[in-house]
Write a protein that binds this ligand. Structure first.
Ligand SMILES: Cc1cc2nc3c(=O)[nH]c(=O)nc-3n(C[C@H](O)[C@H](O)[C@H](O)COP(=O)(O)OP(=O)(O)OC[C@H]3O[C@@H](n4cnc5c(N)ncnc54)[C@H](O)[C@@H]3O)c2cc1C
Length: 477
């Protein structure tokens, strides 16, 4: 086929994958194993110029479209091809250069395929901090993080990926290379094109590089674990900590008892530091608290102890424990990060990535729990997430003993309607940080105002008039 021949000529024979089924599956099946497509080929360009040449060549081939892929850790199926064998997966895994660190400007410029953990490490080498952090950071790429506007565990202090990005380099659907890698914090010269590409899930252009904000490294860090009787108590505890620490409160995660029980079931090395239930057996919420400060550790630790003891006296917390060292802190984070992995081992489940104003979150969970009991009695509620951002992963696992795949197939639609109706009643969003992908297109069509969809469609048509980039993702048909 002429297209394959030309793509090999652009990127080199070794970087076009066609028939090797064992290698292809890693690109054609998504992380949750919900989507398995078949691509025309997987092509891995080694430079932004090669990405542009690949895009131009694919654009000239009738019926062919391009699916950008970074680490393939996305949770909504946006980075894998459909079944048509007419989609080229464009993997960014060879775009891994650190183009430069500017310590005075507090920025780093990296290529899109650099793994998030490597971006953090490059910043740390310059004694600076890149604060984006999420459980998939060992495999997700910065290009994928920006394309999905990823959140993670420090949004409370530093914002989403969007807030951490000052400029982009993008290959457009016309095969042109557009760059705004200037590192400017102020630039009011018209529409913000950078912000259009962030969160566009590979539908408007291919991100090839980014200039990112860096921060001073904190001198002191304290990690604490607390249990609370109710989610409302956990919200009250957070308000207390916000008042006491302001920007020094960098992360605030909540986990229900069932989610941590699942971790202990599947990862025997991980043990929760405080009981999951109170003396009469009522389940408790656990919260993971991250504090970071430019001041000394003894002061931060002392202030943390004072605030948390006051919270127990006020009844907001049942019990508290502070990590004594970095190893203990790491172990507490592992408990939180292991929840999605434990869910995967337990079997297919129904995931929701909802966001609700913090003031309504506890009422939302109570209302949604009650409504679901009528729809799926006995289903296990695995509720955890970034409480500080009002963002919970409100997930449902099949009732103990039921087949997970059957549960998903039979119940997903009814469960989603019930949860998303409740989200709407509380003024929230059905996708706080994971995006739309293939999974939530119908939801977008049903729940986003028609005027918003019309504007999004107009942007798509203007930038990618022939539907070259990820045509089955994000926007409804
Ligand atoms: C265990 C686990 C924990 C997670 N935790 C969080 C979390 O806390 N917060 C959060 O927000 N997300 C989380 N995620 C999901 C998150 O979206 C991804 O991990 C990450 O942001 C995607 O990066 P990636 O490189 O894997 O992208 P991919 O999965 O490869 O792609 C994701 C989307 O971006 C597009 N894309 C990828 N690269 C580019 C590019 N260079 N240019 C244009 N488009 C591109 C793809 O087409 C696709 O639509 C988690 C995922 C896992 C598996």
């Amino acid at each position: 086929m002429a297209l394959l021949h030309d793509l090999r000529a652009i990127v080199g024979e070794a970087h076009v994958l066609v028939d090797d089924q064992d290698a292809l599956i890693g690109y054609e099946r998504d992380w949750r194993k919900r989507y398995r497509g078949h691509s025309l080929c997987v092509v891995s360009p080694g430079s932004a110029e090669d990405v542009a040449a690949v895009v131009r060549r694919c654009a000239a081939e009738p019926g062919v479209s391009i699916v950008a892929q970074g680490g393939n850790t996305g949770l909504v199926g946006g980075g894998v091809p459909d079944d048509s064998r007419r989609q080229v997966v464009l993997s960014t895994k060879r775009l891994r250069a650190v183009r430069g660190v500017d310590a005075d400007n507090q920025t780093i410029t990296v290529e899109a395929g650099l793994v998030l953990q490597e971006v953090q490490a490059a910043a740390a080498e310059a004694e600076l901090l890149f604060p984006l952090s999420l459980a998939a950071e060992g495999s997700c790429t910065i290009g994928g993080n920006l394309a999905t506007n990823a959140g993670g565990t420090q949004v409370l202090r530093f914002g989403n990926a969007r807030e951490l990005c000052l400029g982009l380099e993008v290959v457009t659907a016309q095969g042109e290379l557009w760059s705004s890698l200037h590192g400017l914090r102020k630039d009011n010269t018209g529409y913000d094109l950078r912000d259009l590409f962030i969160g566009s899930e590979g539908t408007l252009g291919i991100i090839t590089a980014a200039t990112l904000r860096l921060f001073p490294q904190p001198r002191a860090e304290v990690t604490a674990w607390a249990t609370c009787r109710t989610l409302a108590d956990a919200v009250a505890l957070m308000r207390r900590l916000r008042a006491a620490f302001d920007a020094e409160l960098v992360g605030y995660e909540a986990m229900n008892a069932a989610s941590l029980a699942l971790v202990e079931r599947h990862f025997s090395a991980l043990r929760v530091p405080l009981p999951l239930a109170d003396a009469v057996g009522a389940p408790l919420w656990s919260v993971l608290i991250a504090l970071a400060s430019p001041h000394d550790e003894a002061t931060l630790r002392g202030d943390a102890e004072t605030a948390l003891v006051a919270a127990t006296e006020a009844g907001e917390a049942v019990d508290i424990v502070l990590a004594a060292n970095e190893l203990q802190a790491r172990t507490l984070w592992q408990l939180r990060e292991a929840i999605p992995l434990a869910q995967g081992v337990e079997g297919l489940n129904i995931k929701h990535d909802i966001g609700v104003p913090l003031s309504s979150l506890a009422d939302f969970v109570a209302a949604a729990d009650a409504a679901l009991e009528a729809v799926v009695p006995g289903a296990r509620h695995i509720t955890f997430g970034h409480l500080g951002d009002g963002n919970l992963h409100y997930n449902l696992q099949a009732p103990e003993g039921d087949a997970a795949a059957d549960f998903l197939a039979a119940r997903e639609h009814a469960v989603n309607s019930c949860v998303y109706d409740a989200v709407a009643r509380f003024g929230g969003t059905f996708s706080a940080e994971h995006g739309i992908g293939r999974l939530k297109r119908a939801e977008l069509a049903a729940r986003k105002p028609a005027a918003a969809i019309a504007m999004m469609r107009a942007i798509k048509t203007a930038l990618d008039p022939h539907g070259l980039f990820n045509p089955d993702v994000l926007l409804p048909d």
